[in-house]
Design a protein around this ligand. Structure first.
Ligand SMILES: *Cc1c(COP(=O)(O)O)cnc(C)c1O
Length: 465
């Protein structure tokens, strides 16, 4: 199985090289040359199987023989044993046709653990086999950083630098990054927003000499292996609710569009999904793009759902590529123009293809808070603000029941955002053990300006020789 850049100007790579590369050298994102297709019988056979087994099956299709089946089974079993619920991603029923898919039972209480726990183990496995070391630089809007620190701390072959936007994340999110004592981890508060952090990361990759010198790698959702790992819960949740025999709708809270794209990918792999409702907070670039075709950068606004305070949704490029019938030249032209002018005008046939399966919805701050309170009142469930954006987005996009069950993707535990949840609902979420364990632990934080050269010098000094 080979992976191609969306911009068509980078050599195709195998799965392991795609995993380690992160971003393609031409600035594009890797996608599989052809999506693995599952038959209806293969999908139906996932029913009742342990999550880790389904994950090994699906990742095996992406790895194309580069990682042995026994190794994959073992790595997946270890990765998902770190979750505190035997179902790994339990479904909780809210109403006859509405379910929450709880993706926050991993070690850092957000859905990023689903991909990061297996990524850390895959890196350790393949770097040991190749006798190599790497430097991971991770730009985070809050949750990726903690999940990456948890997954990579203490790995001998990896050094990791996490860049987070200073003052734009919750204290609980920050402590997951800053309280580790592992010598291979650095957490850096950048004087800027997430889009600045992500732009710096992309610039590091564009300096090929620098990237080669430090062995640069990225585990943001630009890394295709994350998308692959995130397709798994679309399969398990849909199958639990009757797929492939009936279509299932999903509502996904969206920032960088990685999670929602994984759902789109599951459909390309043969899973009969109904609509995917893509819900944003007021940072609504993706909802606007789906409504008007105008994918245009705005200024990011701080909200109660900070992991989605993003106005450049990197994975939108993968969607564009697929919906443009994989026309790499058109994708390259569109996203080079975006880098220069902050705008892509999606051609009408591409937009029509996007809208076939996706519906956008943007949710205001007031609506998010009201939704947290109403969900608690009506169902007894306390939800975090990101999940509330998906609940409210689904109500906008699907005001009446359609006959298809609706799965609302619940991306974080409410205790990750206790202030916002308490203010909206009057109820303080109980503090999980993972949060209690980090309270009062001294934090290690470095600070840098939002400048590529400053970050480059910092990473060079910390990287392995
Ligand atoms: C990262 C994150 C999101 C957004 O996911 P994307 O893949 O970036 O769209 C939503 N909710 C939470 C809690 C997150 O951490």
């Amino acid at each position: 199985m080979k992976y191609l850049s969306t911009r068509g100007d980078a050599p195709p790579l195998g799965f392991v090289d795609t995993l380690l590369a992160g971003l393609a050298p031409d600035g594009g994102l890797y996608c599989p040359e052809t999506w693995p297709r599952l038959t209806a019988a293969e999908i139906a056979a996932f029913a009742g199987r342990p999550y880790a087994k389904v994950a090994a099956d699906i990742l095996g299709r992406f790895a194309g023989g580069e990682i042995g089946r026994d190794d994959l089974e073992r790595l997946c079993a270890e990765a998902y044993a770190s979750f505190d619920h035997p179902a790994v991603t339990p479904l909780v029923q809210l109403a006859p046709d509405r379910f929450l898919l709880e993706l926050f039972h991993g070690p850092t209480l957000a859905f990023k653990d689903l991909a990061m726990q297996i990524l850390g183990r895959l890196y350790a496995h393949v770097l040991a086999a190749r006798d190599r070391t790497m430097t991971i630089v991770c730009a985070t809007s809050g949750d990726t950083g903690g999940a990456a620190v948890e997954a990579f701390a203490g790995l001998a072959a990896v050094r990791i630098v996490v860049l987070f936007p200073e003052g734009r994340i919750s204290e609980v999110q920050r402590r997951f990054m800053t309280t580790t004592s592992a010598a291979n981890v650095r957490s850096v508060a950048v004087a800027g927003d997430f889009d600045d952090c992500q732009a710096i990361l992309k610039s590091l990759f564009q300096d090929e000499a620098f990237a080669a010198a430090v062995g640069l790698s990225a585990v943001n959702s630009i890394n295709f292996a994350r998308i692959a790992a995130q397709t798994v819960y679309y399969f398990t949740a849909a199958v639990a609710l009757g797929a492939p025999g009936r279509a299932v709708d999903f509502a996904v809270p969206t920032g960088n569009f990685g999670d929602a794209f994984a759902g789109y990918a599951a459909r390309l792999m043969g899973l009969p999904l109904g609509r995917i409702i893509v819900a944003t907070n007021v940072n609504d670039i993706v909802a606007r793009a789906l409504a008007t075709g105008d994918y245009r950068r705005g200024q990011a606004t701080a909200t109660q759902s900070p992991a989605m305070d993003i106005q450049v949704a990197s994975n939108f490029e993968r969607l564009f590529f697929e919906c443009a019938d994989r026309d790499a030249a058109a994708t390259a032209a569109a996203f080079r123009a975006f880098a220069a002018e902050g705008r892509v005008r999606t051609p009408p046939p591409v937009l029509a293809a996007m809208r076939e399966g996706l519906t956008g919805a943007a949710v205001s701050e007031a609506e998010t808070a009201r939704t947290i309170a109403a969900t608690l009142r009506d169902t007894g469930q306390l939800i975090d603000p990101h999940t509330a954006v998906a609940v409210a987005g689904a109500a906008q996009a699907r005001p009446q029941a359609t006959g298809a069950p609706l799965v609302i993707v619940s991306t974080a535990h409410p205790a990750k955002f206790p202030e916002a949840v308490a203010e909206a609902s009057g109820t303080v979420p109980p503090t999980p053990a993972a949060v209690r364990a980090r309270a009062g632990v001294p934090e290690r934080i470095d600070r840098l300006p939002a400048e590529v050269d400053a970050v480059k010098a910092y990473v060079r000094a910390f990287a392995r020789p």
